[in-house]
Design a protein around this ligand. Structure first.
Ligand SMILES: *[C@@H]1O[C@H](CO)[C@@H](O)[C@H](O)[C@H]1NC(C)=O
Ligand SMILES: *[C@@H]1O[C@H](CO)[C@@H](O)[C@H](O)[C@H]1NC(C)=O
Ligand SMILES: *[C@@H]1O[C@H](CO)[C@@H](O)[C@H](O)[C@H]1NC(C)=O
Ligand SMILES: *[C@@H]1O[C@H](CO)[C@@H](O)[C@H](O)[C@H]1NC(C)=O
Ligand SMILES: *[C@@H]1O[C@H](CO)[C@@H](O)[C@H](O)[C@H]1NC(C)=O
Ligand SMILES: *[C@@H]1O[C@H](CO)[C@@H](O)[C@H](O)[C@H]1NC(C)=O
Ligand SMILES: *[C@@H]1O[C@H](CO)[C@@H](O)[C@H](O)[C@H]1NC(C)=O
Ligand SMILES: *[C@@H]1O[C@H](CO)[C@@H](O)[C@H](O)[C@H]1NC(C)=O
Ligand SMILES: *[C@@H]1O[C@H](CO)[C@@H](O)[C@H](O)[C@H]1NC(C)=O
Ligand SMILES: *[C@@H]1O[C@H](CO)[C@@H](O)[C@H](O)[C@H]1NC(C)=O
Ligand SMILES: *[C@@H]1O[C@H](CO)[C@@H](O)[C@H](O)[C@H]1NC(C)=O
Ligand SMILES: *[C@@H]1O[C@H](CO)[C@@H](O)[C@H](O)[C@H]1NC(C)=O
Length: 408
């Protein structure tokens, strides 16, 4: 056990930070932060590895893998105080640094956020990064924005990945609880989606759905290393005919995550929630000047626990010029198959050529213009959330200035 005595912060006295290193698995990281009264205030245990791409002096791309973190230190980890949220800071190897911070939202007394993860590496280390063309410290930053209920231990044994063009981060066997109450780590686990088994999933389709209300409009976006590359704003209603019974239900944007990818000729928006494993919208370019919705691929759980999957790779909806967005305020139906339809409301989508995270001018569907509605196209309205929601998880404290020394 290693302890760090941290310098006093006004109003919070001394903090004693104790670290338990090692444990079950050789590379597992574990942090048991305690406050001045030796009560646990943050607990985390997890594994991670990294793959880093860098360019060499002879203009090749090389990748290095950092999987044995060796003896990590946790300098800068912090329980949080009135001004700053908790933070876990880990240092390992030759100049690697990994930090995650947590925030309590003013709007919610019952949850907190895993806020950002930042990872830094130093290519001056020529054993790890031989022949690196650019030398220096590089930092990648992710907004995780993962919501966790207070007083529950977040668990994600499954593999989670954070990725950009230069760094791939993997996490697994993650356990974390920040804002530990009364010094007692919770025995209640809050599982990541990947850890939830089908049998624990909540049924989605109510037994009787007389006439569903109009779905809430959600804003979804996909972000790559160049920033936001896909925007979609829409209310979604799924209509599944199964065993001759049509079930209609709405997608709740509050509990739906968006991920995806953007390539020059194709773009993917993937929505997922606890019951919709994924609902993929694949966009393509045609004639080099227009885009359209080409594919829908869905896998979801039905009330009876069975898995329902369907895909259609030959669709042609939401057609608009590249460089613009497609808009349709009226209800529209995307017919994926005879048995599966998606009704859209207040739709606006731009899968290509998004600049500065904003929609470009819209091409409206004929249903809208038939009404002779002149809908002003306000560029900048409906900004995507820019939330990079990633399946991940972590830990701890944060504090601006700290001096500390190893005391034990
Ligand atoms: C964390 O440390 C405290 C104080 O040393 C100890 O009482 C507690 O059992 C530890 N918790 C875990 C989960 O290791
Ligand atoms: C990182 O760990 C994951 C999970 O154990 C493993 O699948 C993956 O191959 C590892 N990656 C590297 C580069 O070691
Ligand atoms: C290295 O990889 C980056 C990103 O993947 C790419 O843009 C670049 O062209 C590659 N360079 C070489 C020399 O392959
Ligand atoms: C922890 O970091 C502080 C400031 O960043 C530094 O002064 C101190 O020497 C570090 N302690 C250890 C044990 O690395
Ligand atoms: C968490 O870290 C990120 C980036 O490192 C920073 O922008 C953000 O303000 C931090 N949040 C808190 C609550 O400290
Ligand atoms: C690494 O850098 C050191 C000092 O800059 C130098 O002495 C050494 O030869 C370098 N090693 C390699 C393999 O380039
Ligand atoms: C913490 O202790 C207080 C006072 O003893 C109690 O009211 C509260 O329910 C406890 N919270 C938890 C999460 O155990
Ligand atoms: C980012 O933008 C540059 C310049 O427009 C482009 O070459 C590169 O492919 C883009 N990267 C991604 C991941 O879209
Ligand atoms: C659901 O689909 C069925 C079969 O295509 C259709 O009869 C019904 O009108 C649809 N309901 C809604 C609300 O779209
Ligand atoms: C979504 O969240 C907002 C604010 O958090 C809330 O006002 C709204 O009722 C929620 N909508 C649904 C459908 O749960
Ligand atoms: C639909 O998604 C599943 C799972 O990702 C994949 O195996 C399948 O090939 C996809 N189908 C199409 C048509 O893209
Ligand atoms: C959305 O992603 C977050 C972050 O990984 C995860 O905790 C949450 O459970 C996801 N929500 C849904 C509905 O998939």
């Amino acid at each position: 056990m290693v302890c760090f005595r941290l310098a006093p912060v006004p109003g919070s006295g001394f903090l004693l930070l104790c670290l338990v290193l090692g444990a079950v698995s050789s590379y597992a990281l574990e942090l048991n932060l305690t406050d001045s009264s030796k009560a646990t205030c943050l607990y985390a245990k997890w594994q991670m590895n990294f793959t880093i791409r860098y360019e060499t002096t002879d203009m090749h791309n090389k990748t290095v893998t950092i999987s044995d973190l060796g003896a990590a230190t946790y300098n800068g980890s912090f329980c949080g105080d009135d001004q700053n949220g908790p933070k876990i800071a880990v240092q390992f190897g030759s100049g690697f640094s990994w930090i995650v911070n947590f925030t309590k939202e003013a709007s919610s007394a019952s949850t907190y956020l895993v806020d950002h993860i930042s990872f830094s590496y130093n290519t001056n280390d020529n054993t790890t990064f031989p022949d690196a063309k650019e030398k220096g410290v590089f930092t990648v930053n992710y907004r995780v924005a993962l919501k966790i209920p207070l007083n529950e231990m977040f668990r994600c044994n499954s593999l989670s990945t954070l990725e950009n063009s230069d760094v791939v981060q993997h996490y697994w066997d993650v356990h974390v609880q920040a804002f530990v109450q009364n010094g007692t780590v919770s025995t209640t686990e809050f599982l990541c989606d990947k850890d939830k088994t089908i049998t624990t999933a909540v049924p989605i389709i109510p037994t009787t759905v007389p006439s569903p209300t109009k779905p809430v409009v959600g804003s979804y976006s996909v972000v790559n290393s160049n920033g936001t590359c896909l925007l979609a704003t829409m209310g979604l209603q799924l209509n599944i005919t199964h065993d001759k019974v049509a079930s209609v239900f709405n997608i709740n944007p509050n509990t739906t995550n968006a991920t995806g990818s953007c390539q020059p000729q194709t773009a993917l928006l993937r929505l997922s929630s606890s019951n919709v494993k994924y609902l993929d919208f694949v966009f393509a370019v045609k004639n080099e000047n227009r885009f359209y919705l080409k594919e829908v691929n869905v896998t979801m759980l039905l009330v009876n626990g069975s898995v329902y999957s369907i895909s259609n790779t030959n669709l042609s909806y939401w057609d608009a010029p590249l460089g613009s967005s497609y808009m349709c305020n009226k209800e529209q139906t995307v017919s994926v198959s005879g048995a599966f339809q998606i009704n859209t409301f207040d739709l606006r989508v731009q899968p290509f050529s998004v600049t500065e995270g904003k929609y470009s001018t819209a091409e409206e569907c004929s249903a809208d213009s038939d009404l002779n509605f002149l809908i002003p196209v306000a560029v900048g309205v409906a900004l995507g959330f820019l939330i990079i929601v990633v399946f991940i998880s972590y830990m701890i404290g944060r504090r601006k200035s700290r001096t500390g020394y190893q005391s034990v």
